[in-house]
Design a protein around this ligand. Structure first.
Ligand code: AFP
Length: 317
């Protein structure tokens, strides 16, 4: 949920809104560059080649041409922004140093096109970005200075926070981002759940937790795209997304730096919560750029309930 901005004669554009947030000019510039890059990504998604790039990423996953193209668009824009010292991308095997002088600079971790395999069946996909002050990205996500995602769906929307609330901007017919929701807040508990991974690989605790959600009347809403699935929960202020430890992948699937930290930052800013089942996502210290983590993210009471089930305090075991 979030307040629809009052009907004003002038649409509030992204840059003008950021200038009112009393943040550094460099951070305003960086966020605007990310928004600008997304316009080229959306053009690639709409017109680009859906084929395979013939390469694979750090995780051994086959890269689609769109993955590589989107990554190149984001990296080029960040490299030339003048305010970025290090870049980490889910599609790159190692971090890219733009400058060795981190003074006044930011480091950026991004997934350029999360859910890219959904493009060829015309489902929504997105870009996810986490922003750190200085050179170090292997620090707890709570120290990030901002997070953004851009959702390429029926409309193109951008959701961001720099620690002063969560805001949504929507791209208009002139490809300008204008304010459509301000101060987005989540309810304490919800009735949507998005369960990632194969159910047959769920542990008994997670199975019991899902049954708890279903017994309280939660509806299953899962597209297979992290950005649209989180966007629905965040903007409706309702529900929980989980991609738990599975019997054969104790770390789950989602990446801490490129997917979980930015989304946990936004959801916590909206009054929600995100945990790995024991520790808040934002308090985890990454062991490396490719670290994965189980995740329960959404309404804070639903996240807390997941912790209880995982720690055997739910009274049903
Ligand atoms: P791709 O980027 O490889 O399409 O994976 C998307 C994703 O990382 C994330 O967007 C989804 O939440 C998750 O995978 C879906 O995973 P499952 O298909 O295993 O449920």
């Amino acid at each position: 949920m979030g307040k629809e901005p009052g009907t004003t004669k002038f649409q509030v554009d992204f840059r003008r809104h950021l200038r009112d947030q009393n943040i550094s000019g460099n951070l305003v510039h960086l966020l605007c560059e990310i928004a600008e890059a997304s316009k080229y990504v959306i053009n690639a998604v709409r017109t680009g080649d859906l084929g395979v790039a013939g390469t694979s990423n750090l995780y051994g996953e086959e890269q689609l041409a769109l993955d590589v193209l989107s990554d190149r668009i984001m990296r080029k824009r960040l490299m030339h922004s003048g305010v970025v010292c290090n870049i980490a991308s889910e599609e790159m095997d190692e971090i890219f140093q733009v400058t060795s002088n981190p003074q006044g600079m930011f480091s950026v971790a991004y997934d350029p096109l999360d859910g890219s395999s959904l493009v060829d069946v015309n489902l929504a996909v997105g870009t996810i970005v986490g922003i750190y002050q200085g050179a170090d990205m292997l620090q707890p996500g709570r120290r990030m200075v901002g997070a953004v995602y851009i959702l390429y769906g029926p409309r193109v929307s951008l959701v961001y926070s720099v620690g002063k609330g969560v805001y949504e901007f929507t791209m208009n017919q002139l490809m300008e981002f204008t304010l459509t929701r301000e101060d987005i807040r989540m309810k304490p508990s919800g009735n949507i759940y998005a369960p990632g991974g194969l159910r047959k690989k769920y542990t008994p605790e997670n199975e019991r937790y899902l049954r708890y959600l279903e017994d309280k009347g939660a509806k299953l809403r899962y597209s297979g795209g992290f950005v649209p699935d989180i966007n629905q929960i965040l903007l409706k202020g309702n529900g929980i997304f989980l991609y738990p430890a599975l019997t054969d992948t104790p770390q789950g699937k989602l990446r801490l730096l490129f997917e979980l930290n930015p989304m946990a930052y936004l959801v916590e800013q909206a009054g929600g919560a995100a945990t790995d089942g024991t520790t808040p996502i934002l308090d985890l210290t990454p062991g490396g750029y490719d670290q994965r983590s189980p995740v329960y993210i959404g309404c804070r009471d639903d996240v807390e309930k997941a912790r209880e089930f995982l720690n055997g305090n739910d009274g049903t075991a």
